[in-house]
Design a protein around this ligand. Sequence first.
Ligand code: BMA
Length: 360
Amino acid sequence: MRKMLFLLLAFCVVAGCNERNIPCDPRAEQRVHDLYTRLMALKDEGVMIGHQDDLMYGHSWEYEDGRSDIMEVCGSYPAVMGWDLGGLEDDDSCNLDGVPFDKMREAVTFADSMGCVITFSWHMRNPLTGGSSWDLSGGNVVREVLPGGSCHELYAGWMDKCAGFLKSLKDRDGNNIPVVYRPYHENTGGAFWWGALSCEPEDYIDLWRWTVEYMYASGVHNLLYAYSTDIFWSEQEYMLRYPGDAWVDVMGWDAYHRPQDWDFLTGMADMAGTVSRLAAEHGKLAALTETGLESVYMDDWWTGYLLPSVRGYGLSWVLLWRNSQNMENHFFAPFRGHASEADFRNMVDEDDILVVNDIM
Ligand code: BMA
C-alpha cells in the first residue's frame, strides 16, 4: 500500500500535477467557487469575447441604458465585461475614463444578472509622486508602498477603498458578485510604475502577495486573481514575476496588434501556446486579458488575425479594450456602421466563440 502511495506521489511530482481546481483564496465565497467551476467547464466550449467598459459608452455615445457597441453589431452582449478602478484612490466619483463609479456598480449588477464574467483592472496613480500610473519617476515605487516604505500608509488607504468598492458589488439577492481582479497588469512591460523597468521581480512578487493578503484581511472573498504580463518572448520572461500558484487563479497576458513592432500571428501563436501550457501545468485558467488593433483598420481582423490567434488553446476569454466615447480613433471593438462589422459577426458565429447569449 505504502509503495502504491509513493508511486502515485512520484507520478504527480513528475507529471507536475499541482492541479487544485479551486480558487486560490482559501475562504472564497460560494459564488467564487461556482464561477471558477463554470469557467473551467466553459473553456472546453470555446473562448468568450469580452469588452472593456462595454455598457458605459461606445464610439461617439455615452451612458445610454442598455446600449452596447458589441450588442449593436452582433445581437448579444459580450460574455465578459471589463472595468477599471483608476480614480478610486482619489475618492473621485468617476474613474480615469469618466465612468461614474455608481453607474459602474449598477452595470456590474446588470451584467452579472445576465451571466457575464466581470473583470477589473486598476490604472492607479503613482503613490509616491501623485502622477498617473504611467509616471515612472520616483525610482522603485513598489518598495515604497510595501510595509516599511515611505508611502505604505497612503497605499494601504487606497487598498481599503478598493476593498470597500469590491465588497459593495451585490447581486440581486444581496450576495457579493464574484469578479476577476487583475492588478498590476502588463508587468513585463515598462509602461507602469509596477512594471519591469521600475522594480525587481522580488518586489513585484512581494507587492502581489501583500495585496492578496490585504484583501483577505479586509474581508474580501469575492475575487479570482488574474496575473497578466505584457507581450513576452519566453516562458522564463513570463514566469519571472509570477507570484506562485497559491496567489493566482488566472494566467493571462495583454497583447495589442502593432504591426510596426511585432508579427501578430506568429507572436500570438507562441504566447498563446506558452500561456495555455503553463496554465495546464499549474492548474490555472488562461486568458488573453487585453487585446485589439487600435481603430480596427483591417476589415478582416477578426477572422484573419484574432480568431486564429485564440482558438484551440483552451483560453477562457479575450478582452477587447475600450471604444472611447470621445477619442475618435481610440476603439478596439466594432460598432454599428464600422467596416469590420460583418467580419466580427462571422467570428462570433463560430461555435467556439462565445458571447453572453451562448452561455446564459
Ligand atoms: C489605456 C487608454 C487610455 C485609458 C487607460 C485606462 O489603454 O485606453 O485612454 O485611460 O487605458 O482605461
